[in-house]
Design a binder for this molecule. Structure first.
Ligand SMILES: NC(=O)c1ccc[n+]([C@@H]2O[C@H](COP(=O)([O-])OP(=O)(O)OC[C@H]3O[C@@H](n4cnc5c(N)ncnc54)[C@H](O)[C@@H]3O)[C@@H](O)[C@H]2O)c1
Length: 251
């Protein structure tokens, strides 16, 4: 039987990019997928793509930075399917966020990144984890970035937000463990997808040159790890940050 047969998994930011690739992978592993995405066009498109693969799916327009919206999302999923087994808190502002030094990032830009990347991760988890605790089972995966480990320059608000997501994951693991709910964090390296089109070629080349596996990374390099962490195969793993960046950073 496939790893997630019949399970209900929420993927935030599944409208495009890594989130959509994760949703497709989990669906191919048998899961029913709730797409929690702020962009209605992208959400509907992702829903359509999942349906063409035969997956059971629902699109719930969701702004992860809003408590009201994340709670309504969880309620809609529970109303339709009656349970939530997994969450991938993937939504973030990751698209063309770099380029300014620490003193050029505006306070508004800083607050926007923190609101979506940090508060949004917390609110998405906050909306579904109590249900999992009541059932005595569940698994959550948060998304960081290897930039939080090597301190990528000219991206301070984003890097700081991902450092916060990693610390959040550890502290949440301590709170959820007693109820058999696990939470882990995946920290990808720079990927070749829409969100990173604006990355200067020299920075991309530097990344590739300094990886043990010296090549471009893609969402397909990440999705299997997310599926594994959500699965029962990872039943004794919680509070961990796993870097998937071709071996640029070791920790
Ligand atoms: N692409 C990379 O190289 C890379 C590297 C390391 C980590 N990551 C992380 O992976 C995750 C996905 O990145 P991506 O490359 O697919 O980015 P992306 O910009 O392509 O996709 C992000 C998705 O999240 C959605 N979103 C944005 N704000 C939202 C909100 N408030 N509520 C709900 N949905 C919202 C967007 O509409 C979009 O569909 C992010 O957490 C990112 O930080 C990406």
């Amino acid at each position: 039987m496939s790893a997630h047969h019949g399970r209900v998994i929420v993927v935030t930011g599944a409208g495009r990019g890594l989130g959509r690739a994760i949703a497709l992978k989990l669906a191919s592993d048998g899961a029913r997928i709730a797409i929690a995405e702020i962009d209605r066009e992208l959400g509907a498109e992702a829903e359509q793509e999942l349906k063409t693969t035969g997956a059971e799916t629902m699109f719930v327009p969701t702004d992860v930075s809003s408590q009201e919206s994340t709670e309504a999302m969880a309620a809609a999923v529970l109303l339709k399917w009656g349970l939530i087994d997994g969450l991938v808190a993937n939504a973030a502002l990751a698209n063309s966020v770099g380029g300014a030094t620490y003193d050029r990032i505006t306070v508004d830009q800083w607050d926007r990144i923190m609101r979506v990347n940090v508060r949004g991760t917390w609110l998405a988890c906050r909306a579904v984890a109590p249900h999992m605790q009541k059932r005595g089972r569940g698994s959550l995966v948060t998304l960081s970035s290897d930039t939080a480990h090597w301190g990528s320059p000219n991206l301070l608000h984003y890097v700081a937000s991902k450092g916060a997501v990693e610390a959040f994951t550890r502290a949440m693991a301590r709170e959820l463990g007693a109820d058999n709910v696990r939470i882990n964090c995946v920290a990808p390296g720079l990927l070749d997808n829409d969100a990173t089109r604006g990355v200067p070629p020299a920075k991309r080349e530097w990344n590739i040159r300094n990886r043990a596996i010296s090549r471009e990374g893609s969402p397909s390099d990440i999705v299997g790890l997310v599926s594994f962490l959500l699965s029962d195969e990872a039943s004794f793993i919680t509070g961990q940050v796993i870097i998937a960046d071709g071996g640029l950073v070791f920790h």
